[in-house]
Structures are given as C-alpha cells and as structure tokens.
Design a protein around this ligand. Structure first.
Ligand code: NAD
Ligand code: LMR
Length: 330
C-alpha cells in the first residue's frame, strides 16, 4: 500500500527533521510506501527543493515519489495524512498564543484546500502554534471533513513529562506510562500523573518516597518544568524545539494510523463535551486509537485539584477561540 503524506513547512527546521524519518518508515511502519507532497510558501521553496534532493540521495526503499509545490491544491491533492507544520515559531519572551494573529490566517485556507483536494479519509495533524486553536480554525474551514479528523500535537508535552518522571525516579523512560496532558499546548496545560505508572507501580507512590509531599513537588517543580519546557528550550538553544517536536509528531501519527492497543496517550482532539470541556474545542485528552480513529478515554475521574488545573487551561482555549472569532478566522 502507499500513503500520501502532505507536509507543510517542509523547508523549515521541523520539516527537515521529519522528512527523513517519514521516508525511513518510522511513522507509518516498515511495509508502507510513502508519497510525499512538500507544501511551502515561495520563500521556503528552495529549502524544500534541497530537502527533496537529499531524499533522493537517501535512496529510501519506501519512498515512491516527492513533489515540491507552493500551490495548496497540488500540495493537498490526495493527502491521506496532512501534517500542518508550516507557521512561524515563537521567539524568546513570547507565549505561543502571541502567534495567533501571525499564524491563524494560514490555517483557514489550508482547511478549505484540504476539504477540496485531500483524500476522503484524510487525517490532519497540526503542529504549527498555537496548535490547538490552529486546528480549530482548519477544522472550521474544512467543509464536509469531520472535526474528528483534525488533531493537534501534545505528544511532545507527554514525552517531556515522561522524561522528567524518569529522571526524578531514576527509572528508564520506557517504564513510565499513563501520563495525560490536558488542555492547551501552552503554559497552562496540565500534565497529570494521577494514573501514571513506573514499571507497573503507581508513580504517585514512587514519588511519595522520593519527594515526601507529592502535590507540592508537582506544583513547584514538575508541572512548571513540563509546561514551560518549550520556553526553556528557546532560551537555551536560541530557537524552538525541532528534533523532539519532529519525534513527537512521528509518535502521534504512528499511533493514530497504526493504533495504540490498550496503551493510553495524549492528543488534542475535538471535544463532544467529555470531562466538561465545551463541545467543539480542540483540547488535549487521554486518548487511544483504533482503526485510524482517536477515542477519548473516559472515566479517569480527575479530583478537585486536577479539575482546577484542567479548567484553567480549557478557559484559555475558550479565550483563544473567542479571539479568532473576533478576528473573523472562524
Ligand atoms: P521554521 O520557521 O523553521 O519553519 C517554518 C516553515 O513554514 C518555513 O519554511 C516557512 O516558509 C513555512 N511556512 C510558513 N507559512 C506557510 C504556509 N502558509 N504554507 C506552507 N509553509 C509555510 O519553524 P519550525 O521550527 O519548523 O516550527 C514550525 C512551527 O511548529 C512553529 O509554529 C512552532 O512554534 C511549532 N512547533 C510546535 C510544536 C508542538 O509541540 N505543537 C513543537 C515545536 C514547534
Ligand atoms: C514547544 O513546545 O517546544 C513548541 O511548541 C515551541 C514553543 O514555542 O514552545
């Protein structure tokens, strides 16, 4: 079988880190052939064309075809998976929401182009920030494409949370499971360890031995570390995360396409009112995937403290939705 993957921002940093892993089969598996469509704006075309030359030089057995274009009609033609990465990254001192005015206008036209040209079963993953609300804009403009086909990346936050827990508990990261990111991919997000385990044992129990007062450690150390990790990366390396963002995108799409089984992960998907999140918002939830569909895992029963954190992040999503409404973007 061959899957058509459209990547916007293919000439950018994350695009360059993604392309070779997609071509190597990391995203869709070792048996799935791939047709790549690299969509850029004119200023980014040369970089995307350079990446296409290198893809040819990689002699990837799974890669059937590469097309570089600045025309969305061509770029999204027949797309089974659309990865919407193309957008401006934030710089030092900015919050991701500050990018709404600069980036929001990209996603409406792309949503319309997806509706007009992509494959009937297209799945859309939004990475460009502010990712949740950009996904909302794209979904609102994609007439006839169900909102369930749009998701935004919070897997990077989940991976960061697992990395922090592994370090705190001196455990291999592969043994940390069941972390949930709730809400927005922003500093208000809630990385939730209530149901997380380390080698099958509740993380909360293991943390109690290490930290004494778990909730204080979560509030003062863990939550801010995870929620502000993007800003920390920008401060330390001078520009926003690239390889870890590409890696999380690969993880997210692989889970969506190939399924999670019983494993839970996090993704920002459309709410139907689950956990009291207003219908229509694209919010991060605990999810599983089967047969190409995300399913929100219900019944995790957040306590009052968790509820407060979730509500704060969801309130920010409501504000962002209202702001893009006021800008006429939805
Ligand atoms: P970059 O500036 O290196 O690349 C962005 C590319 O997008 C550029 O080549 C640009 O020409 C292209 N582009 C701009 N508008 C476009 C359009 N309308 N159509 C197609 N291409 C377009 O930036 P980057 O480091 O690759 O980051 C890309 C985005 O991903 C940023 O918004 C960044 O904040 C976001 N990001 C999100 C996460 C996440 O976890 N959700 C993580 C890291 C970065
Ligand atoms: C990240 O989380 O690293 C990205 O969203 C980039 C950013 O602006 O933080």
């Amino acid at each position: 079988m061959t899957t058509t993957v459209t990547l916007t921002g293919a000439g950018g940093q994350i695009g360059y880190a993604l392309l070779f892993r997609i071509a190597a089969g990391d995203m869709l598996g070792p048996d799935e052939k791939v047709r790549l469509r690299l969509l850029e704006i004119p200023a980014g075309l040369a970089a995307a064309e350079g990446a296409a030359l290198e893809l040819q030089d990689g002699a990837f057995g799974l890669l059937e075809h590469v097309e570089v274009t600045d025309d969305p009609a061509v770029g999204f033609d027949g797309a089974d998976h659309a990865l919407l990465v193309g957008a401006r990254p934030r710089g030092p001192g900015m919050e991701r929401g500050d990018l709404l005015a600069a980036n929001g206008s990209i996603f409406g036209p792309q949503g319309s182009a997806i509706a007009a040209h992509a494959a009937a079963g297209v799945r859309v993953t939004v990475v460009g920030n502010p990712a949740n609300t950009n996904a909302l804009i794209a979904a609102a403009s994609a007439d006839g494409v169900p909102a369930e086909r749009f998701s935004a990346l919070t897997r990077l936050d989940e991976n960061r949370a697992r990395g922090q827990l592994a370090a705190a508990l001196d455990a291999p990261v592969a043994e940390i499971a069941g972390v949930t990111i709730w809400g927005n991919h922003s500093a208000t997000q809630f990385p939730d360890v209530a149901h997380a385990t380390v080698a099958g044992r509740p993380v909360w129990e293991a943390l109690a031995e290490q930290t004494g007062d778990v909730r204080t450690w979560l509030e003062s150390t863990f939550i801010p570390r995870v929620a502000k990790r993007g800003a920390e990366i920008i401060q330390v390396r001078g520009s926003s995360s690239v390889a870890s963002a590409a890696n999380a995108t690969i993880d997210h799409v692989r889970d969506w396409a190939l399924g999670t089984g019983e494993r839970r992960t996090s993704a920002a998907v459309v709410s139907h009112g689950e956990y009291g999140v207003p219908e229509g918002l694209i919010s991060s939830f605990p999810v599983q995937s089967a047969e190409g569909e995300w399913r929100i895992v219900e019944g995790l029963d957040p306590d009052d403290w968790a509820r407060e954190h979730i509500d704060r992040s969801v309130a920010e999503l409501v504000e962002e939705r209202d702001a893009v409404r006021a800008l006429g973007l939805i």
